[in-house]
Design a protein around this ligand. Structure first.
Ligand SMILES: Nc1ncnc2c1ncn2[C@@H]1O[C@H](COP(=O)(O)OP(=O)(O)O)[C@@H](O)[C@H]1O
Ligand SMILES: [Mg+2]
Length: 135
């Protein structure tokens, strides 16, 4: 399968998290991993809005999807800020601090690059390519 790549930029507001989910489901409609990908991007977009400067007035974040053979690469670029993404120890609280742990569980690998000017949080999933599921 030929590699393909798509990115879209969203306003850094809570309403954009739903839009980012729709962007994923539209692009990965026929992929078996669409639900995991949607969840991962939802967590990363939520973090960009809640924890980075993307959530400030006029802020934005960018979601990218890249597919290559049976690998799917997802990422969210934010506008940085003083805090950095880090998976919190379990049971910090019932509701908070689980997003990145979940990303770690659903992906083959994940990580962070960048600095206070902008960070990319990425995750890679190994999955059947779209074409294989159509046969
Ligand atoms: N994009 C980000 N920019 C800055 N800090 C982040 C970002 N994503 C996550 N973090 C930091 O990592 C912590 C853990 O994130 P997460 O596991 O999603 O838990 P939660 O969002 O519920 O606090 C956050 O509390 C925050 O301090
Ligand atoms: Mg979170």
């Amino acid at each position: 399968m030929s590699p393909s790549r798509i990115s879209r930029t969203f306003l850094g507001s809570p309403a954009s998290i739903t839009e980012a989910r729709r962007f994923i489901t539209a692009f990965l409609r026929n992929w078996p991993c669409v639900d995991d990908a949607e969840l991962i991007v939802s967590e990363l977009a939520t973090n960009a809005v809640r924890h980075s400067d993307s959530g400030r007035f006029g802020g934005r974040f960018t979601v990218s999807i890249e597919t290559r053979n049976s690998w799917l690469w997802l990422s969210v670029l934010d506008e940085g800020g003083p805090r950095s993404p880090r998976a919190l120890p379990p049971l910090t609280s019932a509701e908070n601090g689980r997003g990145l742990m979940l990303v770690g569980e659903l992906s083959a690998a994940w990580g962070v690059t960048g600095d206070d000017k902008g960070r990319i949080v990425w995750a890679v999933l190994k999955t059947l390519p779209e074409a294989a599921t159509r046969r």
